[in-house]
Design a protein around this ligand. Sequence first.
Ligand SMILES: [Zn+2]
Ligand SMILES: [Zn+2]
Length: 187
Amino acid sequence: MNQTIDTTLMVIIILLLVLILILVVIAGLIFVNYLKSNKQQDSKKEVAEEENPVTKPGIGVCKNHEHKNSVGICAICEEEYCVDCLKQIDKVNLCPEHFNTFADNIWHPITNQRTTPDDPQDGVYIYKFKQHLWKEKGIPSYILNEYKIQVENDYIETYVQLHVKENDQETLKKEIAKFKGSLTNDK
Ligand SMILES: [Zn+2]
Ligand SMILES: [Zn+2]
């Protein structure tokens, strides 16, 4: 008789322990979920703040269509555009507006700057000059890179070519030389 009471007590105690364990696990899960949802709300806030294409460029939305993903940037204005807006001619990606600029003009390269994996910085002044031209003067230009494989030393050389309109050619050649000089003097 005593033994059966003992067994029943044991079973009840074990059941209670199991129940407590389950409750602890559930409480733990609820707590973890609560923490997770808090974090998600925070990151959602961050994303929402970044989703303003006007104030923050470079997040992958077309400049003309705010609900379409961008597939690339225009070689002239460097804004992002979707697959419907961006057109490619002669390996150059262009937005609708600058497609016309490109087609209406004759272009000439004014640089042929060689860069190598050892000196990748050698062409940086060209990119800076291009941005300076566009942002401060509204002068359109685009950069093409030509790649050549150096078989002997087994590396790839890049030739950075800045193309400008035929009429701008002479003045910009002089300007970019000055611009390069001013950059190296700053160092
Ligand atoms: Zn453009
Ligand atoms: Zn678009």
